[in-house]
Design a protein around this ligand. Structure first.
Ligand code: PLP
Length: 481
């Protein structure tokens, strides 16, 4: 593609993206394709001869777009709602063009140093002390894997050289509501899935510290070596907050690595009113916060902070001859030393551009607005006799279920809520996901898209009420909203 052709297609593409970012509502949020539909519409082999970009782009619009679930739609309320903001999209475009591979400082001084500057900015916005050094990984799952690998290095001296055989039983402790990335890390680190000890939560879905203490005592008596405790600020299902300060005290007394998973909710530490949820997180050994979740940075970018990055380096650093550079003796960071990957892409560019373009004030305002929309939705649920809320709302996620006063037997409620979810998601205007709590099927509304406004949340509530009423087989009462 020569320069003028690139300009031509590039300009057209930017126009397309500009319309998409402003008008993603014209698409149904949830893709309406059947499994295999896109696959069947595409040739089984790559073309022998190159095709024109116009033809390729027409196929993108005709075949690929209908198979998209639109995470960048303001009616997206599933899982954790996220945003690729315009400044982040531009940064990704630029990052692809620059094609930096930041394994060594010399292979990209810019990516290496911008990563440490932007992570320091974010760290101080989050109110964490400078003793935490940051590194960017792709996802929270990978951040947690690195945290637990470092914890294993401390708990089992010499494991890097000698491996785990003959080292006895090892355990990782977390709440029963912790994210499955803890399980995957245990599997991958050779501890075995059984090494994860799920500690019961209380009726607010927060880890019970008394239960943690007893599990540790019991295991200590059995000769089990504790590797780490994982506390969560903002669990995946209900966004509950574990009592991190108390957990940190337990970990300090027993010399156990504490990892805090704040992948979703961590960014709200920027808000003075939210600080109570974060009490004690500065005592952790490591913390993960995902700017790709609720900081308007396009997927993917996970920020990993560690007070003992020297241990992470001791766990992973391994420089074959061809990767040894003279700068090493001058104290530069080589990003390949802080993880599994050799090559690193230039993710810091989008965090830098998003933080600068928004400014901390606008970010704080947006997070506060999302949380107030969630509280409003929770009030509607609470005030409606045909719905019930099933968990507190510390951030921007509401867990609830329909419970029509007439027309649905209690034993049918799970199936009823499943049908309700399908009906709302089929509307194309809103997309919600579900979870199971106390063995009940529960609906989840997660607010986090930049352009989600009162109208989108009201529309979702309207759809829920309408469909609940019609599924329960009675006339819909117009909403008082
Ligand atoms: C989303 C989430 C994760 C996993 O995030 P990825 O970046 O997709 O790996 C882990 N923990 C919590 C609490 C989360 O909310």
């Amino acid at each position: 593609m020569d320069r003028s052709e690139f300009r031509h297609h590039g300009h057209a593409l930017v126009d397309w993206i500009a319309d998409y970012l402003a008008g993603s509502e014209r698409y149904p949020v949830l893709a309406r394709v059947a499994p295999g539909e896109l696959r069947d519409a595409l040739p089984a082999t790559a073309p022998e001869r190159g095709e024109s970009f116009d033809v390729i782009f027409r196929d993108f619009e005709r075949l690929v777009v209908p198979a998209l679930t639109h995470w960048n739609h303001p009616g997206f309320f599933g899982y954790f709602a996220i945003t690729a903001s315009a400044s982040g999209v531009l940064a990704e475009f630029l990052s692809a063009a620059l094609n930096q591979q930041a394994m060594l400082w010399r292979t990209s001084p810019a990516a290496t140093e911008l990563e440490s500057v932007t992570l320091d900015w974010l760290r101080s916005l989050l109110g964490l002390p400078p003793t935490f050094e940051g590194v960017i990984y792709d996802t929270a799952s990978i951040s947690t894997l690195h945290a637990l690998a470092a914890a294993r290095e401390v708990a089992v001296p010499g494991v890097r050289e000698a491996g785990l055989s003959g080292r006895g039983r090892l355990c990782i402790y977390c709440s029963e509501h912790a994210h499955s990335s803890v399980d995957k890390a245990a599997i991958l680190l050779g501890l075995g899935h059984q090494a994860v000890r799920p500690v019961p939560g209380d009726d607010r879905f927060q880890l019970r510290v008394d239960a943690l203490r007893s599990a540790l005592d019991r295991d200590a008596a059995d000769g089990v070596t504790p590797v780490a405790v994982v506390a969560t600020i903002g669990t995946t299902a209900t966004t509950s907050v574990d009592p991190v300060a108390d957990i940190a005290a337990v970990c300090r007394d027993r010399g156990i690595w504490l990892h805090v998973d704040a992948a979703y909710a961590g960014v709200t530490a920027m808000l003075p009113g939210q600080r109570a949820h974060f009490a004690g997180w500065d005592l952790a050994d490591s913390i993960v916060v995902n700017p790709h979740k609720w900081l308007f940075v396009p997927f993917d970018l996970s920020a990993f902070y560690c007070r003992r990055m020297d241990v992470v380096r001791r766990t992973f650093a391994l420089a074959p001859d061809f990767l040894q550079t003279p700068e090493a003796s001058r104290g530069v960071k080589n990003l390949m030393d802080t993880g599994i990957q050799l090559g690193r892409r230039f993710r810091a560019l989008k965090l830098w551009m998003v933080l600068r373009h928004f400014g901390a004030e606008r970010i704080r305002e947006t997070l506060a607005r999302h949380m107030s929309l969630a509280r409003r939705f929770a009030e509607w649920v609470d005030a409606d006799p045909d719905f019930e809320r099933v968990a507190p709302v510390p951030f921007s996620v509401v867990c609830f279920r329909a419970r029509p006063s007439r027309g649905v037997a209690p034993a049918e409620l799970d199936a009823f809520n499943e049908r309700l979810l399908d009906a709302v998601n089929a509307s194309g205007d809103a997309f919600l996901s579900h979870t199971r709590l106390n063995d009940r099927f529960v609906l989840r509304l997660a607010i986090g898209h930049l352009r989600t406004s009162d109208e989108h949340v009201s529309r979702a509530w309207e759809l829920l009420r309408e469909h609940a009423a019609s599924l329960a087989g009675r006339a819909h009462q117009p909403s008082p909203l």
